[in-house]
Design a protein around this ligand. Structure first.
Ligand code: ADP
Ligand code: MG
Length: 712
């Protein structure tokens, strides 16, 4: 057939080129792998893992820990019997990009031998043996498989980050390892009683472990190998926690980095970063620039500002491209940071603190460090968690500057005076000490750990914050009077991969017949920012937003955006390909000052949680035009975040007594209704609340009598 001949003719030369290309690429990857510091100790590492059930590995960022060690262990036979090597990361971007890289190195398709699994995105299959995932996801897996019986090795990576999930995971893994080493060798179910005696203090857990063990194993489980990896040099806390576990250091390669400070403090660090960036671009030799910013919004606004300033430069100086990387970036866009810029171009990577250690980007010679990071902060006395931008620690500043010296000498521009450096904290406080624990407690309870205060934490959170979180869970109906997980609400909440307050909102919504609306709301609230308003186009952006604005508040406004965009897609899908309609949607988003990345992500999250609630048997229905019903549902769900207007126009949060203000981005900024619920507290110079809906004060006593009485 002519068409076929033509097809073959067209394909053949191309495939030749491809295979040449891919041969060269494979050679290059092999070279790169061989030159990594970790390559020379492959055999030794595998032997150490064979000998020790727990190990701590410390090595400079970029030495090859994350990408190479799992491959070494795979080849050393740790996946025999179909078992998996699991590697946890504190951040989803890291799990995704590293899995892609390793699949590439192994020459396999992603999702086959090498895969990843993060919340709302799973790329694994029955063939997967090396599985990258977030630490939070492994915690969830433990709910279904308390022995983590599918794994022969678990590597907890980036342990120095000390995210709350990492800390809890370490405690859990310690128990699992104990339970497995005790039950693994000689046990059939007959011996189970003995096993339970040997388990750590919590009897309940013992019983639960045994129960599952009897059901699903009934035979041998090999001991679980645990490896804790960290970039920082302080292996001591981990080693002590695991009873003096062996620590191995891997030598890294680090070239000298010139550190430059500003003479005076900067009032606008974004502007200072831009000026520095262009100074480097115009005056310094070749090499890419890495800029540390605090979040998606900041990154996107710098992206736009760079574009504008480039237009003011003469043509030959415009050879600068920006590439963003932050956690919620869609995964296909994340990989762009690794692609080299076109010849003659300089690449500027705009990153959050994920580029400190989590992902190693080749080619960087200059680092711009404004010295800030967005961090969670929690005040147990008020029960409010907030995100605040705070100065980095010394350890973070050092990690950041180190990124400039991976491949040769580099420069780091710290956008603060040298005297400020001395004032920074030595290291970052573990997250478990500065976050709301209700999510973690819910999961521990679901795992059968009832004595939270007695749990063997690497570092104990304060008693006050444990108690406050227990109290919140109780108020949400997740716990019974004697602090056990309630049935069914507590169990349902633990199953949903969301913050307890959102999980509860979905359950409440199914009773209010507005689960459809709440699913959209929760999905839209789970992404960073749907609207964007560039400084120079503020008025246009405001006008665009008015088309979606609901006088009732931001939740309904978000629903309007979601539904309008869904209709937009639906209409076009009939006539043109999905790809084309997606492209049109992006254009539509741009015209309407909507962040298409965030919207897309919200759609993904929506379909995932919809799947979860359907599986749980909740009734997904819509309240139609009855928005009163929906607002009552919001009040019943978010009653812990209710606030009342004060005479001077500020608000008093009822649960915490804090004085807060409506964020200017809210549709209710001017209306200032008397009583509202909100979803987010952001702290800058002021305490701002965002995502707000007007409610009736009296609904609180009616719908949340467990918390509000007529008197207060
Ligand atoms: P570590 O975990 O010790 O910090 P990694 O294993 O993450 O080191 O990285 C090892 C090397 O692999 C890095 O120096 C980096 O240059 C390279 N690398 C990692 N991921 C990618 C990628 N997606 N594309 C290209 N190179 C990569
Ligand atoms: Mg790493």
């Amino acid at each position: 057939m002519p068409s076929m001949a033509q097809g073959q003719g067209g394909v053949k030369p191309k495939s030749n080129v491809d295979s040449n290309d891919s041969y060269a690429r494979r050679q290059k990857i092999m070279q790169q792998r061989k030159s990594l510091p970790i390559a020379s100790v492959e055999k030794r590492l595998a032997d150490e893992v064979r000998k020790n059930d727990i190990m701590i590995i410390v090595g400079e960022t970029g030495s090859g820990k994350t990408t190479q060690l799992p491959q070494f262990l795979f080849h050393a036979g740790f996946c025999r019997d179909g078992k998996l090597i699991g590697i946890t990361q504190p951040r989803r971007v890291a799990a995704i990009t590293v899995a892609k890289r390793v699949a590439d190195e192994c020459g396999v398709q992603l999702g086959q031998r090498v895969g990843y699994s993060v919340r709302f995105d799973d790329r694994t299959s029955a063939a997967t043996r090396i599985k990258y995932m977030t630490d939070g996801l492994l915690l969830r897996e433990a709910l279904l498989d308390p022995y983590l019986s599918r794994y022969s090795v678990i590597i907890v990576d980036e342990a120095h980050e000390r995210t709350v999930h990492t800390d809890v995971l370490l405690g859990l893994l310690k128990r699992v390892q104990n339970a497995r080493s005790k039950s693994g060798h000689d046990h059939s179910s007959a011996d189970n009683k003995k096993t339970s005696n040997g388990l750590p203090s919590d009897k309940e857990t013992g019983a639960r472990f045994n129960g599952i063990f009897k059901q699903s194993q009934g035979g041998k489980l090999p001991p679980l190998k645990l490896i804790i990896m960290s970039a920082s040099l302080d292996a001591r806390v981990f080693s002590e926690y695991f009873g003096g576990a062996r620590a191995v250091h891997i030598q890294g390669r680090q070239f000298p980095v010139d550190i430059l400070y500003t003479l005076y403090p900067e009032t606008d660090y974004l502007d200072a970063a831009l000026i520095t960036m262009f100074q480097i671009h115009l005056e310094e030799g070749p090499g890419d620039i890495l800029v540390f910013l605090t979040g998606q919004e900041e990154i996107e606004s710098v992206e736009r500002l760079v574009q504008e300033r480039l237009q003011q430069l003469p043509e030959p100086s415009r050879k600068l491209i920006t590439v963003p990387i932050f956690s919620s970036l869609p995964s296909e866009q994340q990989m762009r940071v690794f692609a080299p810029a076109a010849v003659g171009f300089r690449k500027v990577i705009l990153a959050t603190n994920i580029a400190e250690t989590s992902v190693t980007i080749p080619g960087i010679k200059y680092v711009i460090d404004p010295g800030f990071v967005k961090a969670r902060s929690y005040d147990p006395s008020k029960g409010m968690e907030s995100l605040i931008v705070v100065p980095t620690s010394k350890a973070q500043a050092l990690q950041r500057s180190g990124r400039a010296g991976r491949e040769g000498p580099g420069k780091c521009f710290r956008l603060y005076p040298e005297s400020e450096f001395g004032k920074l904290e030595d290291s970052t406080k573990p997250e478990i000490k500065r976050c709301n624990l209700s999510n973690v407690i819910l999961q521990l309870k679901a795992l059968g750990v009832d004595d939270i205060i007695g749990f063997d934490f690497l570092e104990k959170p304060s008693r006050a914050s444990i108690i406050k979180s227990l109290e919140q869970l109780f108020l949400l109906g997740a716990l019974t009077d004697d602090c056990k997980l309630s049935d069914p609400v507590g169990h349902q909440m633990a199953r949903l991969p969301l913050d307890p307050i959102y999980s509860k909102a979905l359950i409440v919504a199914s009773q209010f017949n507005c689960l459809e609306e709440m699913l959209i709301t929760v999905a839209m609230l789970s992404v960073e920012s749907i609207f964007y308003a560039p400084r120079e186009k503020l008025e246009e952006a405001r006008t665009a937003m008015k088309c979606f604005a609901s006088p009732e508040g931001d939740h309904l406004t978000l629903i309007n955006v979601y539904r309008t965009s869904a209709e937009f897609l639906e209409k076009r899908k009939m006539e043109i390909s999905t790809e084309k309609s997606e492209k049109l949607l992006r254009k539509w988003c741009k015209e309407n000052f909507i962040n298409s990345r965030s919207l897309r992500q919200a759609r993904d999250i929506h379909s995932q949680i919809r799947g979860h609630v359907e599986q749980m048997g909740l009734c997904v229905s819509s309240c139609g035009d009855d928005m009163l019903q929906f607002r009552r549902c919001l009040a019943a769900s978010f009653f812990l975040n209710a606030a009342l207007r004060q005479p001077e126009g500020t608000y008093r949060a009822l649960a915490s007594g804090q004085v807060v203000q409506i964020h200017p981005s809210s549709v209710l900024f001017r209306a200032k209704p008397e009583c509202i619920i909100f979803n987010e507290l952001v702290q800058t110079n002021n305490k701002y609340i965002r995502n707000i809906t007007r409610i009736d004060y009296l609904w609180l006593t009616e719908l949340a009598p467990q918390f509000y009485t007529m008197q207060n």
